[in-house]
Design a protein around this ligand. Sequence first.
Ligand code: GDP
Ligand code: MG
Length: 440
Amino acid sequence: MAVNIAKTITGQSLETRNAHYLPFLNDKAETLDVGIALLFKAPHSYTGEDVLELQGHGGSVILDMVLARVLECGARMARPGEFTERAFLNDKIDLAQAEAVSDLIDSSSESAALAAVRSMSGEFSKRIHAVQSELTALRAWLEAALDFSEEEIDFLADPQLAQRAESIVEQFDSLMQRAQQGQRLRDGLTVVIAGVTNVGKSSLLNALSGEDSAIVTDIEGTTRDVLHEHITLDGVPLHIIDTAGLRDTQDVVEQEGINRARRAIESADHVLVMVEADELRLPHVQLPTNLSATLVVNKIDLASELSSRGAELGEQKMREIIDRAKLFAPQFERLTNNDLMCVSVKTEQGMEALKKHLLTLVGHDAQLEGAFIARRRHLDALDAARHASMAALTRLKQSDMPELAAEELRQAQLALDSVTGRFDSEDLLGEIFGSFCIGK
Ligand SMILES: Nc1nc2c(ncn2[C@@H]2O[C@H](COP(=O)(O)OP(=O)(O)O)[C@@H](O)[C@H]2O)c(=O)[nH]1
Ligand SMILES: [Mg+2]
């Protein structure tokens, strides 16, 4: 089809993969525009099919006329994402790569774009295939060992089996770390500001979003509902959530606000635990221990005791604050300097450092291994695959029902297949490609 249309519109037989500068003709052989025609023959094209590319001068009228002419010659308009969908169906790219095409186009920061290119060019998929083939090899070995389990040599007792499963689990860890970083670059991070009343939580939300969305007063219990703000720092999306101060109260409305605050905290990616420099008040509840958290000491403009360097609180004071904070958030047992920020929302002191810290959490400036752009569904699949491998490892270590270990490994493979799309689910494909823009 594309080859015929090329011939009709240009009046010539085009050489493949060559730029031809020539007129585009209408049905009366009149020139509509003069431009470049490129013909790609299957399978050497983006979609794996014959493709004709016409590059004209642009401008909506001429473009419409050329488009109308192409349609007249038998073409039809593509659905959103159809080119990439065809590339996927023709095995030019896998599903993770196809999704990365869309994520590259939509990327809102340089880091996200770099991560998307990495996934699009197949680096993410290559790592998945590597784990996949190790899973296959281990399964084959295990199945063989099971077949010979009646023999004298006990293959199942071979410690290499467990070692290999262990190495697979480790590979999952590194893969997930890079994918999670990519998912955060793509979808942003949900950060909840938590603490008692009047420490400056709402002021921080307003400062970060640059808007007066939350009401700030010196009256305790001012914020009663959960407030959401979507902000972007250096192109990285962040969802900041301000909550009611956590305290014991008889006020029914405030109590409901505090319950909502707790739920918001539980579903957050990260919590900023806010305290006041001079008045160490922390909530009576405890933060879930698996949440990552930063201790933010606010109102250092009011602090009576500053360190010799001036910018930070004295060491004695810091230790006191940390000791108290540990009671609220056990994760602060392992608090490092990176997880402790002294700020004054009022004078803006330390605010730049706090913003930088938030970007670090997203992995925006991570120099180590590059992130792979990834979606929630990829993370879920990797998580399921890791979980199944871990279960297999436990069985192998304890020599407990190895035939079930083989099944766990198979489940891990199935989960991994869903990332690269080696399976068919029409619904999922429709959902993925339907979200593309037209022409891609
Ligand atoms: N001096 C000083 N006051 C602050 C600072 N941040 C917030 N405040 C004040 O502290 C009071 C409580 O702030 P708010 O944001 O409503 O606290 P929330 O209850 O934790 O949301 C308000 O009067 C703010 O103006 C700060 O860095 N320094
Ligand atoms: Mg508030």
